[in-house]
Design a protein around this ligand. Structure first.
Ligand SMILES: [Zn+2]
Ligand SMILES: [Zn+2]
Length: 989
């Protein structure tokens, strides 16, 4: 992965991605051809996934035009017949300038009719080359076409896809009439050039040719092709004026136009004003409603249509099925299916596709497969329909199998089946399979298809092959918003997230208007970048595009702000959200938990429940972690009972969080109980327990748990070893510690971190092995890490090792001069030895460096409320009672022979003042408050931001004895459990 990413940084190809991308012009002819080729695929289910955009386009392009054309009793043929009957073929002008020199040949009428007939066959077979050959023959033989042959020539070019040449032939005609114009316009319509067809229609009128009913119908079809409702309405007026309104072709074309443009009321009116409705107009109207997703209306109209004894055609059935599919009306669809069987309608691949689509959209994949299996010779459209259906139902394995089956039957995949199979490969997360599908797309020439490329980009991004995805993007000649969004979607990994905003900018530069998906992706990049500046820019953009009230975008915004730890901004966006789901509540709760705002996290949690959102395991665990962070045991216990009630206790995620919460709150027994009840333990839960034991001074338990963990086959990770090494250090087990430290890298192949080295140093120095520690530090090249010297300095204070202590302190003054504890510990070491000169030197150094002692801060939870105390602070509302209690306790302690250890106080003041100073250490204020506000036998739990000082430790021990209360103090390093005058740390911390 890393290599890939490096390659990615270097890749010139990738860099060019960020340069303005020249859009190669794609000929519109190509595009239109592609679309008209795919118009059958309108029966494919339209996926609401981005990769199906081509399918949507094809769907939007009036699908009825094809059906209508194939259903109308061939209007051209009729036209020609009219022309032949009129028999006006005596014009004897020459074909063109090149044949002007040829001798005049008088043609028999029969010969001309034969040529026209041959040309008609060419049209039916769609063979342009044969048509051209016949045209050549006509010229070569010096035949002077009559009007009918002229029209046949225009027709062959127009219908076989060469509209430009058809136009040339028309221009060469000695005299154009409405039939030849109409033939040409029809050619443009058939080839999908609606705008050009409309232009031609206007040209015809300018030319003085009056439109007849066929010309008008063709003009209307052109309008519906390019959604030109305005011009269509003009034609409507003209039809009324010319008295063609009652013509069935004009009427059908009008219904088609209005239905296509979504003017359903107008379409409705026209249909029922027609003196006689035909199947084409009915189908046009049905199709309009089906596209609007108005399944009810489709069925209603269908019933009305069947009442009128109209013959039931498969086109009608397929249109009504589409209506059922779009409105997910399964019962309607099933009714039509049975109607089709009853009426003896053959379920061929055409009707089969519609049925597959209907069952697929109604979520009945099994029925869809059944219908598909009954289709005798499924074509690529039918295959695509079933493959898309199964892909949408998430049955990716089945999709892969069907795809193989399709290929083995010799059918080449099209862009729709390929897009679906790529999407299945994406869900399977199978890179190898995805790559082979990519090769298929390339083999079948579909790689350049925009929907296939988009699907490929998404696939590579989801599988994590960002470079491959970017390469597909670059190779595209034509990109749409989906292409950009697919590319953006992969840009949130930490190594490449900086590309996200750059791609976003480039996208704007190229004139694309970002949508919700673009914003969601770029916000993810911003949160990976932890760049709030960029995030706010994107936020401003979202407001500009009025997407700020979109819930999905809002959720992404909140997530981004929460991840960057800008909780206030997250909450502002959160309050704007209209629809707060569980996910977003969890984001906020976890956000509070991670920024140590546990009270707000808990408040948020209960508000969520009040608003009727049921918590899931993630919300619960998030809230529990908030409780463990600031040790809100009461709230934690409430969450525990909630987890029992909601049945989430069996969830490893929740139970691990509970174990963690109890362990962090110093209730090692409760943690043990829950841990013991777990069905299965993973590394995380074992780690919580091992580290919990270790911090709690139960080293033996930690070592025991570690060996059980290994026996059960759970693989330890780096955290496990921190727990086990600190346990060894605490127990003074030097050899065992060394053994574990060795196995870390040798057995478990874990690279030791600086924390592991610090643990090892701790093991050595705590055992008083300073020489060994010194050489360990040297050989392991650890001299530049402050944590190592902090560890050494702490032990030196304990052992009174002045020499090594000075070395450690000097190192720390260099590495971390701002750290207050170094000065305090060093001066303590000197004070113990009575070296007061050195004590005052250290003190001067400290003040000259501008270092101030970090104020001690302790907190206790009483009745679910957290009470915080800062050293020497008098702001608590019950401070008078607290002081009175401290005085009372002081007297009690004096009576049992307590002498304050004032060496920890680093102030140039008298012994009495020092004594008073000690009395107001934050943990003592917290203790006094707990004693006056709680009753025995409740354990008092105090949490402190620094290490507990030696004097307070002594006082806690004595008080636990004289008051007969258990006191737990969690300081920055570990737990001290004071009971009957002793501490669980054995005075070793
Ligand atoms: Zn203290
Ligand atoms: Zn202790």
């Amino acid at each position: 992965m890393e290599c890939d990413l490096k390659a990615l940084r270097m890749s010139p190809a990738f860099r060019s991605l960020l340069l303005p991308i020249c859009q190669r012009p794609t000929s519109s002819v190509q595009l239109h051809n592609k679309l008209s080729l795919s118009s059958r695929s309108l029966l494919l289910s339209v996926k609401l996934k981005p990769l199906s955009c081509a399918a949507l386009e094809a769907f939007d392009l009036n699908p009825i035009s094809d059906l209508a054309l194939s259903n109308v009793p061939n209007s051209e043929t009729q036209l020609h017949e009219v022309r032949v009957n009129n028999g006006s073929s005596t014009n004897e002008e020459m074909v063109g300038s090149n044949v002007k020199t040829r001798p005049r040949v008088f043609n028999s009428k029969k010969r001309l009719i034969r040529y026209s007939g041959m040309l008609r066959t060419c049209v039916l077979q769609g063979s342009l080359n044969e048509g051209k050959a016949i045209h050549g023959q006509v010229i070569k033989n010096g035949i002077d076409p009559d009007l009918h042959l002229w029209v046949s020539l225009v027709n062959v070019y127009a219908k076989c896809g060469d509209c430009g040449y058809a136009r040339k032939v028309l221009d060469e005609m000695p005299e154009q009439d409405v039939v030849s114009w109409t033939t040409l316009i029809q050619g443009f319509v058939v080839n999908g050039f609606g705008v050009d067809a409309v232009k031609l229609f206007c040209e015809m009128k300018k030319d003085g040719t009056r439109a007849n009913e066929f010309a008008l119908a063709t003009g209307l079809k052109a309008c519906s092709l390019c959604f030109d409702l305005g011009f269509g309405k003009q034609l409507h007026a003209e039809a009324v004026k010319l008295g063609f309104f009652s013509d069935v072709f004009v009427g059908s074309a009008l219904v088609g136009l209005y239905a296509k443009c979504g003017e359903m009321e107008l379409a409705d009116t026209v249909l029922f004003c027609m003196p006689e409705q035909n199947v084409v107009s009915w189908n046009a109207l049905l199709n309009g409603y089906a596209q609007e997703g108005d399944g009810k209306q489709v069925l209603k109209l269908f019933c009305r249509m069947t009442e009128s004894e109209m013959r039931l055609s498969k086109f009608t059935l397929s249109t009504v099925l589409k209506g059922c599919a779009n409105s997910e009306n399964l019962r309607g669809g099933q009714f039509l299916h049975s109607l089709a069987i009853k009426s003896g309608c053959k379920i061929d691949e055409f009707l089969g596709c519609s049925l597959v689509d209907m069952y697929s959209k109604c979520g009945m994949a099994i029925d869809a497969v059944k219908v598909f299996r009954r289709i005798k010779n499924p074509d690529v459209v039918a295959w695509s329909a079933i493959i898309t259906c199964l892909d949408q139902q998430g049955q990716c394995q089945e999709v892969a199998e069907l795809f193989r089956e399709m290929i083995s039957t010799g059918i080449s995949p099209n862009q729709f089946s390929l897009s679906s199979i790529i999407s299945a490969a994406t869900d399977l997360k199978d890179l190898h399979f995805g790559e082979s599908v990519h090769a298929f797309a390339w083999k079948y020439g579909c790689e350049s298809d925009i929907s296939v490329s988009n699907a490929l980009i998404t696939m590579y991004m989801k599988i994590g092959r960002v470079l491959d995805g970017a390469q597909v993007f670059e190779a595209m000649t034509d990109r749409d918003l989906i292409s950009w969004n697919s590319l953006l979607s992969g840009m949130h990994n930490h190594e490449i997230c900086d590309l996200g905003p750059r791609i976003f900018r480039q996208m704007l530069v190229e004139g694309f208007k970002p949508n919700m998906y673009s914003f969601i992706s770029v916000l993810r990049s911003c949160s990976s970048l932890l760049d709030v500046g960029l995030g706010k820019q994107v936020h401003a953009h979202i407001v500009k595009t009025s997407l700020d009230d979109n819930d999905f975008v809002g959720t992404a915004l909140i997530d981004m702000y929460a991840k960057i730890r800008f909780l206030e901004d997250a909450v502002i966006a959160f309050n704007k959200l209209s629809n707060r789901d569980l996910f977003i509540w969890t984001v906020i709760i976890t956000g509070y938990a991670q920024t140590d705002q546990a009270e707000k996290a808990v408040a948020c949690f209960s508000q969520m429940q009040q608003e009727g959102v049921k918590p899931n395991e993630f919300a619960l665990a998030g809230c529990l972690s908030a409780c463990s962070r600031i040790a809100m045991l009461e709230n934690g216990r409430q969450l525990h009972s909630m987890a029992i009630k909601s049945g989430h206790l069996g969830d490893l995620f929740v139970s691990s969080a509970l174990v963690d919460m109890y362990a962090k709150c110093g209730c090692i027994g409760d943690a043990e109980d829950i841990f013991g009840g777990l069905d299965s333990c993973d590394t995380v839960s074992w780690n919580i327990m091992i580290c919990g034991y270790s911090q709690y001074g139960r080293g033996e338990k930690a070592i025991e748990a570690f060996s059980t963990m290994l026996n059960e086959g759970t693989i330890p990770d780096e955290v496990t070893f921190i727990g086990i090494l600190s346990a060894c250090s605490h127990l003074g087990l030097v050899e065992e510690g060394k053994k574990h430290f060795d196995s870390l890298s040798k057995v478990f192949r874990i690279t030791p971190t600086i924390e592991h080295y610090a643990c090892m140093v701790d093991i050595l120095v705590r055992a008083g092995k300073f020489n060994e520690a010194e050489s360990f530090i040297e050989t392991m090249k650890l001299t530049l890490y402050p944590i190592i010297w902090e560890t050494v300095l702490g032990a030196c204070k304990m052992y009174g090792n002045v020499e090594f202590g000075e070395t450690a302190a000097k190192k720390l003054f260099e590495l971390k001069p701002e750290m207050d504890s170094t000065y305090i510990l060093l001066s303590n070491i000197f004070a113990v030895k009575g070296r007061w000169d050195d004590v005052s030197k250290v003190r001067k150094l400290m003040s000259s460096q501008g270092v101030k002692k970090k104020p001690g801060c302790s907190w206790v939870e009483v009745d679910g409320q957290v009470n915080t105390f800062v050293s020497q602070d008098g702001s608590h509302p019950r401070i008078r009672d607290i002081h009175l209690k401290l005085e009372e306790l002081g007297e009690k302690l004096n009576s049992v022979g307590y002498i304050p250890e004032t060496e920890d106080v680093l102030h140039n003041i008298t012994e009495r003042e020092k004594n008073e100073h000690l009395q107001y250490h934050s943990e003592r204020l917290a203790l006094a408050f707990s004693l006056i506000s709680t009753n025995p036998p409740k354990t008092i739990r105090i949490f402190k931001n620094l290490r507990i000082c030696g004097d307070c430790h002594e006082v806690m021990k004595l008080i636990s004895d004289v008051t007969n209360r258990e006191i737990v103090v969690r300081d920055i390093k570990r737990f001290h459990h004071f009971k009957s005058g002793t501490c669980s740390c054995n005075d070793f911390w």
